[in-house]
Structure formats: C-alpha cells, structure tokens
Design a protein. Structure first.
Length: 176
C-alpha cells in the first residue's frame, strides 16, 4: 500500500523524508455512530488519507471562523466541540462528501486546514441534501435516485497520517 501512496503523490509536498505515513488509526463505527466535528491537530502534517471499508458514510465539513471573523453560533455553548481543539464552527455543514466502501479519501491543503470534519450519529444518510459535492459520482451501484436514503452499516476506517515527531522504540524500551 505504501508504494501506491508514493506513486500517487498523496503525501508529496510535506516535510517528510519518505512520503509515506508513519501512523495508522483503525476505527470501527457501528451503524448510528459518528464522530463530532474536529480538526486533526498539530501533531500531524497537513494531509490525511482514509480508506473506508464495509459501509458508506456522509462526511460533513464545517467552516472554522478565521480570527476576527464573526462566528455564526457566537454566545451559544457549542453543541459539537472538537476532539482536538476548542474551536467553534458553523452549526450546519458547508459541504459533505459521500464516502463509499473501498474508497480512498485524501484531505489536504484548505480542506485540511480551514474546515472541521465529522460524521453525524444517524442510521440513514439523506442524499436529498444539496451540499453533497460528489453525489452523482459516488452514488452506490444500483441506486439512481439522488433522493434516496442510504442505510448505514458497520464501517471500518483506516486513517493514515504523518506524525511530525516520533520516538524510536529504542528510546522507549531501552531506557535505563
């Protein structure tokens, strides 16, 4: 898999010696489980590659107000705080992506840096939403109706990143 990352240039342009990830997070999401909107945080270089297995999901993106910009939910308690930051975000997603099983999704540059991403805790994803950018390209085989509701099943995600600073196993296990 790593040679494919190198060939496709997924991690090109980052300050990383080998252009391959050094971190993989494996998550299982049962139908109805999601993840609150978040940014991945400063420990990682600004590119993430996620392979989804078993079921689809609707990944939603929320604008993080830039410094000095008025927040749309200012004065309210944030209903969805970030898992890695305390940044506020717009209450409704700016756009969404339909992520299909066996797909590779790469987030980098502005999408990585200026938006939080999350998955709602629902068992049915509503394709009638107008902000699904890749809806026509990502419709599941056999579904021609963009007004469909898609039932979510168990989804496995493999999320690949480059951690900026790591310790060698020798430093961890051979301490005196």
């Amino acid at each position: 898999m790593f040679p494919r990352f190198q060939e496709s240039g997924v991690f090109d342009g980052l300050d990383a010696p080998h252009r391959v990830p050094n971190h993989c997070l494996v998550n299982e999401y049962l139908a109805g489980q999601g993840i609150m909107p978040h940014k991945d945080g400063p420990a990682y270089l600004p590119t993430v590659a996620t392979i989804s297995l078993s079921s689809h999901c609707l990944l939603e993106f929320y604008k993080v107000p830039e410094e000095g910009e008025k927040d749309s939910n200012e004065g309210e308690q944030p209903s969805n705080s970030s898992t890695t930051t305390n940044e506020k975000h717009s209450q409704e997603p700016v756009f969404s992506l339909l992520v299909q099983p066996r797909s590779l999704l790469v987030l980098k540059e502005d999408v990585y840096n200026k938006y939080m991403h999350g998955i709602r805790e629902v068992t049915l994803d509503d394709l009638r939403k107008s902000n699904i950018l890749n809806l026509n390209e990502a419709l599941p085989e056999g579904i021609n109706d963009t007004n469909a509701l898609l039932e979510r099943g168990t989804r496995i995600s493999l999320t690949f990143r480059i951690v900026q600073k790591t310790l060698s196993s020798k430093k961890i296990f051979l301490r005196k």
